[in-house]
Design a protein around this ligand. Structure first.
Ligand code: SAM
Length: 257
């Protein structure tokens, strides 16, 4: 189902953040209906939280209880994870960063902020700023050959003994039917350079980066949540909605398949 990796880091520390930039229009038209990207990202967050039965897997439960703790969410999207964590842990400061700012329907807690930035470039933070860096479902934004440099950048902004957590789903499951296989193949053909199986490579990338210790990988192959049926239904809805937003692109490729 996915691969979730958490770890400690050893290097050195200081801090900073930057300002909010203007939001982009993230509404999309799907079959004549105005659709907000935040809806789907909130749904995706609900699914992920229920699959893992928590908002985090790294042993960081103590950190946000401490005054002054700084948490970074890379590729925060609509801030679904960020805002929920910020509300749960009011003593900590939560910064989300994303290449594209998305209007969220959730109330922004006062200890949370979202800024614009590209993880493929240098992040706008000093070395050793964050106690905990979280990054979820960035497969879509990081070409396979860029993962080592992205991990290096995440470690740069992480404090010594801070925690880094990466969560990526397996985007090419084995049990796809013919229609899903056709759609997935079409999608992969225009997303050249992305690796739909990146989740299985992250542990190696993290271990190869010599600044980390205590690397741990968790793979969830089976759903063991009580609301398994609901999650399956919602995951299907989430997949369909995501595919619908790509309809024009996919249609042109699939007509040629
Ligand atoms: C699938 S969404 C995941 C959102 C969020 N992490 C979550 O789990 O709810 C991927 C997000 O990554 C952002 N993104 C893609 N490429 C990025 C990049 N190079 N730097 C920063 N954010 C990026 C997208 O704008 C999008 O909001």
């Amino acid at each position: 189902m996915g691969c979730k990796i958490s770890k400690n880091n050893q290097s050195n520390g200081v801090n900073s953040a930057s300002d909010n930039l203007s939001k982009e229009n993230t509404s999309k038209f799907v079959d004549g209906r105005k659709y907000q990207q935040a809806d789907r990202l909130d749904l995706q967050h609900y699914i992920q939280k229920n699959i893992w039965q928590n908002n985090f897997f790294a042993p960081v439960g103590h950190l946000p209880e401490q005054e002054g703790t700084k948490v970074l969410d890379v590729g925060t999207g609509a801030g679904s994870w960020l805002f929920e964590m910020a509300a749960d842990y009011p003593k900590a400061k939560f910064i989300g960063i994303d290449i594209s700012l998305i209007d969220s329907f959730q109330t922004k807690p006062s200890n949370a902020e979202i800024i614009k930035g590209n993880v493929l470039e240098r992040l706008p933070f000093d070395d050793n700023t964050y106690d905990y860096v979280f990054q979820r479902i960035l497969y879509v934004g990081i070409p396979e050959n860029k993962w080592p440099s992205v991990i290096n950048e995440l470690i740069r902004v992480l404090k010594p003994d801070g925690y880094l957590e990466l969560l990526e789903p397996d985007f090419k499951p084995n049990n796809m039917g013919p229609a899903t296989t056709k759609i997935t193949d079409a999608n992969n053909s225009f997303e050249r350079g992305l690796d739909s199986n990146i989740c299985y490579k992250l542990q190696n990338y993290l271990e190869e980066n010599k600044q980390l210790y205590d690397v741990h990988c968790e793979i969830k192959k089976e759903l063991d949540a009580e609301n398994e049926e609901e999650l399956r239904k919602l995951s299907s809805e989430n997949f369909t909605t995501a595919v619908m937003t790509l309809k024009p692109k996919l249609a042109s490729i699939m007509n040629g398949i």
